[in-house]
Write a protein that binds this ligand. Structure first.
Ligand code: HEM
Length: 427
């Protein structure tokens, strides 16, 4: 078996399956062999060049001209004709947004729309995010047992995103369902039957996005990032075109929702599995921000991202032909011993955890990273104060949404003795 450049494909490369159990369970572990022996390889099962080491992943992220993000939201599993028909019936026509836009359009747009994401402009959201987190906790704090995904992690990031965007929250439940469909549609390997259901949901998502936008347009002074984008569209229609608004409405909900829900779930799982670290942040909550970076490094929620070569290019000594598609496996790069000492150890005192690639890197690095960090920080802060004595329920089975890129268990059960709740004890 040979790669598109005629080079032989190794046995491990031929066997690599991003939808197989070992990658789905632990992508970094599944690519240990690659980090050690073959950091850039062609995967015949995927039709992509896979990049697994830190320096090579960084080099590709850094050069977004040679390695275009244009395929970042391309469907990995092509839709069967029936699903295409369903999407057409909804007039589905997703265009470039931000994450998959090339230069110079991308940077012009990013600059115009960046303000609301800056840390100094996020401070005003802290108080209501904390209120929201506390109110969710109030529902289960006396129960002694909860699935944290079901009780709060799945809902909070969507609620926060909608409020940040200025979208009325009555649509939240429906939008969350659509957003999961969009993830499977883009990064999953759905069966032909699932494709039909997903196409329905994605089509409805597309129409809902337009309906919400139409409502928002009637309020020219509305507050929120989507309103800012509509105003920018009026001022700079060439930089923020009409087609962008609708596509972005869909894309950003996906960008903001599952990424953060999974990141929070993964963080709780890994912290509670490393009790000494959990106890440390309970005793000293100022450690939370650095603990979050280590969680994002060791158990990130976006584990792989895509680029396409715009010309023949070299990555780690391997020639990627023009048009070659690349899967950059951030989860693997985040465990590269060439960059992170003892990378398999979970260490909240690690000096360079924040150099992880879970938010990508370079010109397209996640615009919402500080929103995600804020949510995670506030959630952890409330837990270490109000429920420091929680434990993971033993022997629970973890399930994952089968896809290449978004990773986190679909449930996380914890238990505690409500009699020991500090607020009750200290009453
Ligand atoms: C882009 C991850 C949360 C909005 C990205 C990219 C990644 C990512 C990997 C692509 C980076 C690249 O191509 O170099 C994450 C993770 C999150 C998260 C792991 C949570 C833990 C959010 C939130 C928002 C958001 C909460 C918005 C409210 C965006 C946007 C882009 C982006 C707008 C496109 C930036 C550009 O192309 O210039 N994110 N994200 N993300 N993310 Fe996030």
């Amino acid at each position: 078996m040979t790669s598109p450049t005629g080079c032989p494909v190794s046995r491990d490369a031929a066997a690599f399956d991003p939808f197989g159990a070992s990658y789905q369970l632990d992508p970094a572990e599944a690519l240990r062999w690659s980090r050690e022996q073959e950091p850039v390889f062609f995967s015949p099962k995927l039709g992509y060049w896979v990049v697994s080491r830190y320096d090579e992943v960084k080099a590709v992220f850094r050069d977004n001209l040679t390695f275009s993000p244009a395929i970042a939201l391309e469907k990995l599993t092509p839709a069967p004709p029936e699903a295409v028909k369903i999407l057409e019936s909804y007039g589905f026509a997703m265009r470039r947004t931000m994450v998959n836009e090339d230069e110079p359009d991308h940077m012009e747009r990013r600059r115009l729309l960046m303000d609301a994401f800056l840390p100094e402009n996020l401070e005003k959201h802290e108080a209501w995010v904390r209120e929201l987190v506390r109110s969710y906790m109030d529902h289960f704090i006396d129960k002694g047992r909860a699935d944290l995904v079901e009780e709060m992690f799945r809902e909070i990031p969507m609620t926060v995103a909608l409020r940040f965007l200025g979208v009325p929250s009555e649509d939240a439940k429906e939008l969350r369902k659509f957003s999961v469909a969009h993830t499977l549609n883009t990064w999953g390997r759905p069966s032909p039957e699932q494709q039909l259901k997903i196409a329905e949901d994605v089509g409805q998502f597309w129409q809902t996005a337009q309906a919400i936008l139409d409502r928002m347009r009637d309020e020219p002074t509305g507050e929120g990032w989507m309103y800012d984008s509509i105003r920018m569209h009026h001022q700079h229609p060439d930089v923020v075109p009409e087609s962008y608004l609708r596509s972005m409405m869909m894309a950003i909900l996906v960008a903001a929702h599952e990424t953060t829900a999974f990141a929070t779930t993964n963080a709780f799982r890994i912290l509670l599995s490393n009790r000494a670290s959990w106890n440390d942040i309970c005793e000293n909550p100022t450690l939370i921000p650095s603990a979050i970076e280590e969680c994002l490094r060791a158990a990130g929620s976006v584990v792989a991202w895509r680029r396409i070569a715009t010309e023949d290019a070299d990555v780690g000594g391997v020639t990627i032909p023009k048009g070659g598609k690349l899967l950059l496996v951030q989860a693997s790069a985040n465990r590269d011993p060439r960059h992170f000492e003892n990378p398999d150890e979970f260490d909240i005192y690690r000096h360079n955890s924040a150099e992880h690639f879970t938010f990508g890197y370079g010109a397209h690095q996640c615009m919402g990273k500080n929103i995600a960090r804020m949510e995670m920080r506030i959630i952890l802060d409330e837990f270490v104060r109000r429920l420091p004595h929680i434990h993971l329920v033993e022997d629970q089975a973890f399930e994952y949404l089968p896809n290449t890129s978004f990773r986190g268990p679909t449930s996380l059960w914890v238990k505690w003795d409500p009699e020991q709740n500090p607020e009750r004890r200290n009453r």
